[in-house]
Design a protein around this ligand. Structure first.
Ligand code: PEP
Length: 256
């Protein structure tokens, strides 16, 4: 049984002051939530302050991006060991905004994943089709390519500890959700490929979460889909109450 995994992707929102205030407010609200893994990915300037504000709590911290080299003349970049040094345990890799706006490809995603794992960070790797690709009925082919090339060279042990975020690009920040049928089909397909290419044990342990306009009023339906293990939440994670509601409503039914 996989523990639901709920991650907040704050994108380029919140100052250090706002980020720390958020964590101080939500921390006591979630202190008894032991049946959901909670992660916050603030902008890079707030990663260390959020690690400190979340110290000894059940809130994990993620960076939103990284570069694959350890160090060097790469102005503006940070490496996996540098993120690890902040105390963050997770890193988002290959978000569709990075693919679409900053030219990331399955190849660069693969290099980043490999470097993150070598630094003992847990990657949250994003995959998903654009609207054009869905309309051309290429969704499953695109997912296959992103999994095959993005996860190339990873071992079954790596996959077991990985978080894969299925994020249909047309559902991110648009208020448009995948239907339960669309999300269910994509998640079952991803799990099937992980099983086929990395083995049953790894596929059963890997978290496959959904992202795309997740809110308090749709998380229950999404989280109840087989093979959906939680959510990567953008806009709706910026508000303490809204994010807390999403966490609460994704708890396994028996525990709520
Ligand atoms: C995201 O940033 O990964 C995301 C899913 O954003 P939103 O929830 O705003 O669609």
């Amino acid at each position: 049984m996989r523990t639901p995994f709920i991650a907040a992707n704050w994108k380029m929102y919140k100052t250090v002051h706002e980020a720390v205030a958020f964590v101080k407010e939500i921390r006591p609200m979630v202190k008894d939530v032991h049946d959901v893994e909670i992660v916050i990915a603030p902008p890079l300037t707030s990663v260390r302050p959020v690690v400190e504000a979340a110290h000894a709590s059940n809130i994990g911290v993620a960076a939103q991006n990284m570069y694959w080299e350890r160090e060097g003349a790469f102005t503006g970049e940070v490496s996996a060991p540098m993120i690890k040094e902040t105390g963050a345990e997770y890193v988002i890799i290959g978000h569709s905004e990075r693919r679409g706006l900053f030219g990331e490809t399955d190849h660069t995603v693969n290099r980043k994943l490999t470097a993150a794992l070598a630094a003992q960070l847990t990657p949250i790797v994003c995959i998903g089709e654009t609207l054009d690709e869905r309309e051309r009925e290429e969704t499953l082919t695109i997912l296959d390519r992103q999994i095959k090339e993005g996860l190339d060279g990873l071992t079954a042990d790596h996959i077991a500890g990985l978080v894969v975020a299925y994020e249909p690009v047309w559902a991110i920040g648009t208020g448009r959700n995948a239907t339960p049928q669309q999300a269910g089909e994509a998640h079952a397909h991803i799990r099937g490929r992980l099983r086929q290419w990395f083995g049953g044990l790894a596929a059963d342990q890997c978290h496959v979460i959904y992202g795309g306009s997740v809110k308090a009023d749709n998380i229950r339906d999404l989280a109840s889909i087989p093979d959906v293990d939680g959510a990567l939440v953008g806009g709706a994670s910026l508000d303490v109450r809204g994010f807390f509601e999403i966490i609460t409503r994704s708890r396994p039914a028996a525990a709520v």
